[in-house]
Design a binder for this molecule. Sequence first.
Ligand code: LRH
Ligand code: MN
Ligand code: MN
Length: 388
Amino acid sequence: MPTFKEIAPRLAEQAIELPSWAFGNSGTRFKVFGTPGTPRTPQEKIADAAQVNKYTALSPSVAIHIPWDRVDDYSALRSYSQDLGVELGTVNSNTFQDDEYKYGSLTHTDAAVRQKAIDHHFSCIDVMDATGSRDLKIWLADGTNYPGQGDIRGRQDRLADSLAKIYARIGDEQRLVLEYKFFEPAFYHTDIPDWGTSYAQVSALGDRALVCLDTGHHAPGTNIEFIVMQLLRLGKLGSFDFNSRFYADDDLIVGAADPFQLFRILFEVVRGGGYGANSDVAFMLDQCHNVEDKIPGQIRSVLNVQEMTARALLVDSAALSAAQDAGDVLGANGILMDAFYTDVRADLASWRVSRGIASDPMAAYAASGYQEKIAEDRVGGVQAGWGA
Ligand code: LRH
Ligand code: MN
Ligand code: MN
């Protein structure tokens, strides 16, 4: 197995984008609990995200959601972020809150509603031009609840047509990433339920259209690392929305529910060339912190990704290939498990110190007084998204 020292330089290549909405209050349909100090504006969300980067040096950019992060001047928001040491990243569109979208957005039978949804994406591209963002991320709530409610074939055809119009507007340096999700808010069928549908749709568009894989958007038991492998093999893995799930789209802290699954995913990312400076695969979080403090929740999340990345980098790939080729089933499995079971926490703590940050980012943030200060200064924080 390589030593930690040997893989350490590769850790510097890691960047994990934070979602602005993770800093807002969120909850379930039963209750949204407020957290003292919750941001009231997009600027305050970005300021909180900058704290995560300050203590981890892992999260140099923040994804925004439009219109949740609506401001008058996006160039000014960009400068504001840069002053805090972070860039504005992926722009997420939102066609799931307006009454017109009750029966669909890009798939709607009414051309006027489809055009409204397409126009929203055009304004997201305008935002990207001002913020310098590379990726437009599209997730649709479109789907039906009852068999027969919609013409599932017609909806797919209209989706293809709408996406082509949006893709035609994307700049040469920009990309469209299409997210899939197998259920919710629609429960009978979803118009982009799986990676295959997303892959088919983006393949029809062109090279700068790719798939976004949200780890919480699969049925229980799905082999997500297989999907990662396949999309990398096909050159169509654009980005990750990382989070973890016990039951549904729980949006819990990545690596919390199943650290071994996160390791397996990251191993395939490394194996498939999806990690590091030479890769275009974007690592993002897509999480909500319903009961825990948001900033420490995000710090814990990026540290979990870093820890499993380090373990994935530790896999002795030459020995693994040799064992696989020799049909050494248990030997091959043992090589993978050796890396997974390696505790890298002390090495990562020293590595942080060598890079000029605190060995324990959670403790350093807790001791900084920032949480107490925002709790005192900010009154009336907003709900993730809807209150923005
Ligand atoms: C949908 C989703 C998508 C949205 C985000 C708020 O469940 O994962 O990425 O933009 O949640
Ligand atoms: Mn997502
Ligand atoms: Mn989701």
